[in-house]
Every structure is written in structure tokens, then in C-alpha cells.
Design a protein around this ligand. Structure first.
Ligand SMILES: Cc1cc2nc3c(=O)[nH]c(=O)nc-3n(C[C@H](O)[C@H](O)[C@H](O)COP(=O)(O)O)c2cc1C
Length: 434
């Protein structure tokens, strides 16, 4: 029997901060190239050299202003802000790579299917079949207001619309048959019009006549990535997602999430391998265990406690300067909040006997150790059946990814747990043949 292999996907931001609110202050964090394509081209090369399946840009369509009721803290303390539009950056990353999957976050709540289908088909075309879509329904009023709404709609309604948007996009992507080009110069026939048809999609929330103006792409549709954790979000993921990423607090919580998603896949008539479950981690790698611990202590010392609470205000969708208890937070959220992030705080409260406010102020755990030690921890999750691989998110950028690729990936490869070369031509093929 061939050995089961894991998947690796990098979480990126077009800004200096991901989930560690102090890492940008580290002397080794690059800050002067945030608006330079070279920053993103470099990371694409690093990830491809280590055979990562893909990278994707997490994204928010607005400047977070939940914490304290304004955006001051987010700007001052260097919060997780998406500066550049990733759709401008991904094609540049495609130019310097051949295999790495390239993903964008786009919202089914704010965008119409024609725009989404065309944009993502274009990305799949110019990347030669490497496009991924982090399908989000979005979770904040501040974003909704940027798109002309009074607030974010209720979650079930967002997911109902999300289902329809994906049905409409799929119909649009299928509005062209394969091989439509005739390119007969003599007869003057460019494309066979019989290979293109109207879509005529009409749902409760969205309508689109089609056809799409772009032919069928190498993958037919982008790989769907999703991160819903609510009951409705998990059902949505089970129907559509090919990768789902999550943030449970412990290994036991991750196993429970994994098993839940896999049983839902079965109910949707999909095999377990159709959707990869990928918990997310960041790492601190040291030449020795003691050096790693010292680096970790230094990195954590860079977190301003206010910056940690600010990050959680955004993720949970409630102002943590005003609301202290789980009940207050639940009341203040309205339709806002990312269930996976909220669940994580509740899991931390239960396991470490903390108050809600204490748990929401605690930085996320990082994997700390030598390359071998970190590989042990990843292998432990993987072989325990908690996941199919990992989302790796950055602390000190790009240094942490460079460390991970240099010190951890080769160990995983030596152990036969990770590929040493790409086997597929597209991202979807690489996901099927790790
Ligand atoms: C680890 C993680 C990362 C996420 N990244 C994004 C993101 O980049 N942009 C976004 O709009 N939503 C993001 N989300 C939100 C989800 O995609 C989803 O829309 C939201 O969690 C609401 O659904 P839920 O309550 O079912 O989780 C993320 C969620 C999790 C758990």
C-alpha cells in the first residue's frame, strides 16, 4: 500500500500581518515591499521549491473598525489588513511558477455570479489550471456597508445565497464545451458557436443569462476552498469545498471537526478524499529546542495585548473593549462573526478554565521546535486522523515560510509524508495525487 501523504497550503495576506499581531515588529520582518510584486513573487518561488500544493490570500473587504468602534487601533497597531487586491498579484506570482496553486478570497454575499465566474475563469486561464477560490460568505457589517447594504444578512440567508451563487457560477463555467476553437483562416471560422449556449440561471437571489465570455478553462472551475464552521457553513462546505481550513484549539477538537466534515461528505454522496480538512498552524523553528523556545518567547513579547484583543474583536464580530462575557458577546454579534474563531475561544475557555475575556486575549498557540520536532507534531496530527494536511500561516514574513521550507518540509519528505515533486498539471490533479 502506498503511504498516505499530506497537503500543504500557505495562508497569505497582502499586508505585513496575518494572525500574529506582533510579528511585523520583529527585526527580520520585511516591511518595505508590501506594495511590490517582488515580495509575492519571492514567496511563490519559495513555496513552489518546497512543493506546496497552493497558497491563497485571505481577504477582508474593508478596514476593520469593530474594536473600540473605530479603525484607529487596527491602523496604529498594524492589524490584519488586506492592502492590495490579491487578484492583481496572483497573475504575477503565476509568471514565476509552474505548479503552485494560487487562490483568491471572494465573497458570494457581495459579488454577482457573472463577475465571479469571469474573474476566476480568467485566473484559471492565465495560471494554466492553478486557480483556487476561498469561497466566503463574509461575516462583518463593516464589509456589507462597503457594498451598499445596511448590515451583513443573517447567516443562513448568506449560505442560501452562496449555494445559488455557486450553482450559477458552475452553470456559467459550463456554458462552453471543450475545444471550441476552429481557427480556420481559410474559411474564416474562429470559434464554433454550437459549442456555446445561454445559461439562463434564475434563482431566488441571483440571475444570470450567460453565456460567459471566456471559454472553458483548464480546470473547468477553480478549486473551492472554504472555512465555514457553523452548522450551515459545514453543510455548505460538505456540498462544495475541495479543501476546508479550520482553527480548532486542540488535537481532539480537530479530530471532532474532521470526522464531522467527512460524515457530511458521505451524506452529500462525496468520497472522504473529495474534501481535504486542513487545520492551520504557524511555526517557530530553532536550530535546537532551546533556541526555538527563546525565539518563541521573543516573538510573543512583541504582541501588544490590545492588538490581540483587536484581532479577536474582528474575528468574533463584537467589540471586546465593551463586551466581556460570552453572553454579552453573543448579544453584540448580531449576524456577525466567524464561527471557527468563536468556537476556538470557547474551546480554550473550557480546556484551560479561563474567562471569555481571558481566552479572547490569549495569542494563538504556535508550533515550536527544531525542524524534526515540528515535523513530529504535524505527523502526530496527520497519523491520528485529525486532518489531510495543513494550512501554514506566517508570523515573521517571509522568514517563517523560509524556515518552514528549509527545516520542516525536508524532514516530512524524508519520512515519506510529503511529495518531493509535483505529479499533476493542475492544482486539482495535485490535490488528487499528493
Ligand atoms: C481560519 C479561517 C479563515 C477565514 N478567512 C476568511 C477570509 O480571509 N475572508 C473572509 O471574508 N472570511 C474568512 N473566514 C470566514 C469564513 O469563510 C466564513 O465566511 C465565516 O466563518 C462565516 O461562516 P461560519 O460562521 O459558518 O464560520 C475565515 C474563517 C476561518 C475559520
Amino acid at each position: 500500500m502506498t503511504q498516505r501523504r499530506m497537503h500543504l497550503v500557505a495562508y497569505l495576506k497582502t499586508g505585513p500581518t496575518a494572525n500574529h499581531p506582533g510579528a511585523w515588529r520583529h527585526p527580520e520582518a520585511d516591511l518595505d515591499d508590501i506594495f511590490e510584486p517582488a515580495r509575492y513573487e519571492h514567496i511563490a518561488r519559495v513555496l513552489e521549491a518546497a512543493c506546496f500544493d497552493a497558497c491563497f490570500f485571505a481577504d477582508t473587504f474593508g478596514l476593520p473598525d469593530i474594536h473600540g468602534g473605530n479603525f484607529d487601533a487596527y491602523l496604529r497597531l498594524g492589524g490584519q489588513i488586506s492592502y492590495l487586491d490579491p487578484l492583481m498579484i496572483l497573475p504575477q506570482m503565476a509568471r514565476v511558477t509552474r505548479h503552485l496553486g494560487l487562490g483568491a478570497t471572494l465573497s458570494t454575499t457581495f459579488s454577482n455570479p457573472y463577475y465571479l465566474a469571469r474573474t476566476l475563469a480568467s485566473l484559471d486561464m492565465v495560471t494554466k489550471g492553478r486557480a483556487a477560490w476561498n469561497v466566503v460568505t463574509s461575516a462583518t457589517d463593516l464589509e456589507a456597508r462597503n457594498f451598499g447594504m445596511d448590515g451583513i444578512p443573517p447567516k443562513d440567508q448568506r449560505y442560501d445565497r452562496g449555494d445559488e451563487v455557486l450553482e450559477a457560477c458552475t452553470a456559467l463555467w459550463d456554458s462552453w464545451d471543450d475545444d471550441p476553437f476552429v481557427l480556420d483562416r481559410e474559411k474564416g471560422v474562429f470559434i464554433d458557436p454550437a459549442k456555446v449556449r445561454y445559461t439562463d440561471f434564475a434563482g431566488r437571489f441571483v440571475r444570470s443569462r450567460g453565456p460567459l465570455s471566456i471559454p472553458r478553462t483548464p480546470q473547468g472551475r477553480p478549486v473551492f476552498l472554504q472555512a465555514g464552521a457553523s452548522e450551515r457553513g459545514r453543510e455548505f462546505a460538505a456540498r462544495w469545498a475541495e479543501m476546508i481550513f479550520c482553527t480548532p484549539h486542540s488535537k481532539a477538537d480537530t479530530i471532532a471537526f474532521h470526522d464531522d466534515i467527512k460524515s457530511r461528505l458521505a451524506r452529500h454522496g462525496r468520497p472522504p478524499e473529495a474534501c481535504k480538512v486542513l487545520p492551520s498552524f504557524a511555526v517557530v523553528v530553532g536550530e535546537t529546542e532551546a533556541i526555538a523556545q527563546e525565539k518563541y518567547a521573543y516573538l510573543q513579547s512583541l504582541i501588544d495585548p490590545e492588538a490581540q484583543r483587536m484581532l479577536n474583536s474582528s474575528l468574533i464580530g463584537a467589540d471586546l473593549t465593551r463586551h466581556q462575557t460570552a453572553e454579552e458577546v453573543a448579544r453584540a454579534q448580531g449576524n456577525q462573526g466567524i464561527s471557527g474563531s468563536h468556537d476556538r475561544v470557547l474551546q480554550l475557555m473550557a480546556q484551560e478554565k479561563l474567562s471569555f475575556a481571558e481566552a479572547a486575549s490569549k495569542p494563538r498557540d504556535l508550533l515550536v521546535g527544531t525542524g524534526e520536532g515540528i515535523a513530529d507534531q504535524l505527523e502526530d496530527y496527520f497519523t491520528a486522523g485529525a486532518c489531510d494536511g495543513f494550512i501554514i500561516w506566517p508570523t515573521v514574513f517571509p522568514r517563517m515560510f523560509e524556515d518552514f521550507c528549509r527545516h520542516v518540509v525536508p524532514v516530512l519528505q524524508r519520512r515519506g509524508l510529503y511529495r518531493t515533486e509535483y505529479r499533476g498539471a493542475t492544482l486539482r490533479e495535485n490535490l488528487r495525487r499528493p
